[in-house]
Design a protein around this ligand. Structure first.
Ligand code: URA
Length: 436
């Protein structure tokens, strides 16, 4: 088949449907650097506006999954479980869920990413630990999976390289929030890493790429169908991202909150989500027959300390400093901590997750350009959540900063992001539904 990129773009621009061969030729050409970024961007934008059929999305996903090497983990573990979030603010779920599930005896092997747009990335959070190594070779990944039962590492050039390129391109071309592009990005990585059971945490709301429950449902259904078709055990949890998850936003601050949660002292919404996602992983992994049994197992490994011990073992295995795990006060700390006080008494009606995510980026907690260093210490800790009562002068949140000018800009944004009204307000549920 002769493939011309310009015809491929025009076809999608005009609402056409691509064949499997065309999608494979595009991915092959793009990974081989034969198709330039400007043409790939034009095509992503055409997909953003025209969408793709479920068949096209499945063909694209497979082409991306097999664009590099794929892992077969069955020689180290009979069943490997994994989770992936569609991206949110304050989303430290993997840090708590990974050790909990591993502590029940189910190996967790996870490829994670860095921050995307206003959302944080698991690898950036983990690098708050002195010495932590996120980039592992295949051999190291497998060895740790076998010996520790938990590994979280970055995607490599060899594994789903098509996603590595497209992810970075979409980040800077306004083409992230597209259902087929998110579905193929997430599912290609999951298929390439060879996990058997996959739980997707699909975020919904102001700080998520999917703003409505309807859009999130479409994305979740599509990914569950793609995985099921490839004999993966799948579940998708639709969870709230109108306000940040938990109370901490910012790398080291989130690590501290995840550790507190492993000790059974986490915020209510985050603890509930951790129970749901870990519970689904345990159920799909065959360690529990029902949701109730799975939740009881989660409670057990938190209460007996084995989840925390697994976290410590995993951090140490990847070179992190155990002293910081045992005493999270040794994690990077910001020089300036200031409260943002409520101007009036009332009820918290909104804490716009997108704006809190952007404020954290302004403080230096995320990247504005590819490859920039980040400040692990900075961020925001919420003292109130939507629905809470607040008195005039009471802190709504505290801001952790290392730079006065950045602090002023972040405070300005947070003042607009947090809305207090005189009338009582209902809080958000954390889990909307589970799709299997
Ligand atoms: N997470 C991913 O891995 N890819 C996306 O496109 C969005 C969130």
């Amino acid at each position: 088949m002769s493939f011309r990129m310009v015809d491929f773009i025009v076809k999608k621009r005009d609402g056409g449907t691509h064949s499997r061969e065309e999608l494979e030729a595009f991915i092959r050409g793009y990974v081989a650097d034969e198709i330039p970024d400007y043409q790939a961007s034009a095509w992503c934008m055409a997909v953003y506006f025209q969408g793709m059929t479920p068949e096209e999305t499945a063909h694209l996903t497979l082409a991306m999954a097999y664009s590099g090497e794929t892992l077969d983990l069955h020689d180290v573990a009979p069943i490997v479980v994994d989770k992936h979030s569609s991206g949110g603010v304050g989303d430290k779920t993997s840090l708590a869920v990974g050790p909990i599930v591993a502590a029940t005896g189910l190996p967790v092997g996870k490829m994670s990413g860095r921050g995307l747009a206003h959302t944080g990335g698991t690898l950036d959070k983990l690098e708050s630990f002195r010495g932590f190594r996120a980039e592992l070779s295949f051999e190291e990944f497998k060895r740790q999976l076998k010996e520790v039962g938990l590994v979280i590492a970055g995607a490599t050039h060899d594994l789903a390289p098509a996603d590595k390129k497209l992810y970075a391109l979409r980040d800077v071309t306004g083409t992230v929030p597209s259902v087929p592009l998110i579905a193929s990005s997430i599912m290609s990585k999951k298929i390439a890493t060879g996990s058997d059971a996959i739980v997707l945490d699909v975020k919904v709301g102001k700080g998520a790429f999917m703003r409505t429950l309807e859009d999130a449902r479409v994305l979740a259904r599509l990914m569950v169908d793609i995985g099921t078709h490839l004999n993966r055990r799948m579940a998708a949890v639709l969870s709230d991202m109108n306000q940040p998850l938990g109370r901490a936003v910012g790398n080291a601050l989130e690590v501290k909150e995840a550790i507190a949660t492993l000790h059974g002292r986490g915020p209510a919404d985050f603890t509930e989500l951790v129970h749901t996602v870990a519970g689904e992983m345990i159920r799909l992994g065959g360690k529990a027959a029902t949701r109730e049994e799975a939740r009881a197992l989660v409670d057990k490994v938190i209460a007996d300390g084995s989840a925390f011990r697994k976290f410590r073992e995993f951090i140490v295995a990847q070179g992190g400093d155990p002293a910081q795990v045992d005493n999270p006060d040794l994690l990077p700390k910001a020089r300036i901590v200031v409260p943002l006080e409520s101007a009036a008494a009332g009820y918290v009606a909104d804490i716009d997750a997108l704006q809190v995510g952007l404020a954290t980026m302004i403080l230096g907690g995320g990247r504005e350009k590819k490859g920039e260093p980040i400040d692990h210490a900075v961020g925001v800790v919420l003292h109130k959540k939507v629905g809470d009562r607040v008195d005039a002068g009471e802190p709504l949140c505290e801001v952790h900063a290392n730079d006065e000018a950045r602090l002023a800009e972040a405070l300005e944004r947070l003042r607009r992001a947090i809305v207090v009204t005189p009338e009582p307000v209902e809080g958000y549920p954390i889990v909307y539904e589970i799709i299997t």
